[in-house]
Design a protein around this ligand. Structure first.
Ligand code: MD3
Ligand code: FE
Length: 214
């Protein structure tokens, strides 16, 4: 028996809120399929630094897969079916992504999660994400499922107002978080990444978030 894979997935979900949980190591059994799938996505639609409506270049680089992809430029934040960099549709969501997201959502009490968007974020040392809400999706009833790979990050889990003091949560390689219900619109962010290379992924952190956008 492979205890390294077995132990984490049997752990109790860690509650962050009423409908927000961390599933420690939930992605580890999928890793062999996950990493090549990310490379396929990246090859079709490369990571790029987008511009916020305020004119700042994001420190996080991103790409997408699935029907809808999240984008930002001077005109605003939105979901689009065409990748503005390639002019082609975003690559299809790899089957292993969809399967894992569905299983994680079910483990957190959200049955039949069918994401149509997957935003893939890449953090290099120093990259950060300031406090924000995810409000560009059409339907707030569906949860958001997020997967952390590579270097650890300190995640900030805030309240419903920007000024609410956030709780800090360390997210490590293989952790999956699920956010729904009353926790869906909480402010959240990521502190600047430290440079502590990960054995598998080197000096980067990859995070993907599955959403129902359309
Ligand atoms: C809590 N990404 O892409 S994922 C984002 O680690 C984003 O890259 C972060 O926030 C990252 O929008 C955090 C965890 C996450 C995602 C959505 C949430 C937490 C959330 C929505 C509501 C509350
Ligand atoms: Fe977010």
């Amino acid at each position: 028996m492979n205890l390294e894979l077995f132990a984490p997935v049997t752990g109790q979900p860690e509650a962050l809120g009423q409908r927000a949980v961390v599933l420690r190591g939930f992605a580890l059994p999928f890793m062999d399929e996950l990493l090549p799938a990310i490379q396929d996505v990246e090859q079709a639609s490369p990571f790029r630094h987008m511009i916020t409506p305020g004119g700042f270049t994001m420190s996080v680089a991103l790409t997408n897969c699935g029907t809808f992809g999240w984008t930002t430029d001077r005109r605003g934040y939105r979901y689009a079916t065409i990748d503005p960099t390639t002019g082609r549709p975003w690559p299809a969501m790899p089957a292993v992504f969809a399967r894992m997201a569905r299983e994680a959502a079910a483990a957190a009490g959200f049955d039949n999660f069918e994401p149509d968007a997957c935003l893939v974020n890449r953090y290099l040392p120093g990259a950060r994400l300031s406090l924000h809400q995810d409000k560009n999706e059409r339907d707030y009833d569906a949860p958001i499922v997020s997967v952390s790979l590579g270097m650890s990050a300190v995640f900030l889990f805030g309240g419903h107002h920007r000024a609410d003091k956030p709780v800090k949560v360390v997210l490590q390689h293989g952790d999956i978080t699920v956010w729904g219900g009353e926790d869906r619109l909480r402010y959240h962010g990521v502190l600047p990444l430290k440079d502590l290379p990960h054995p598998l992924l080197g000096n980067q952190r990859i995070n993907f978030t599955f959403r129902k956008a359309g």
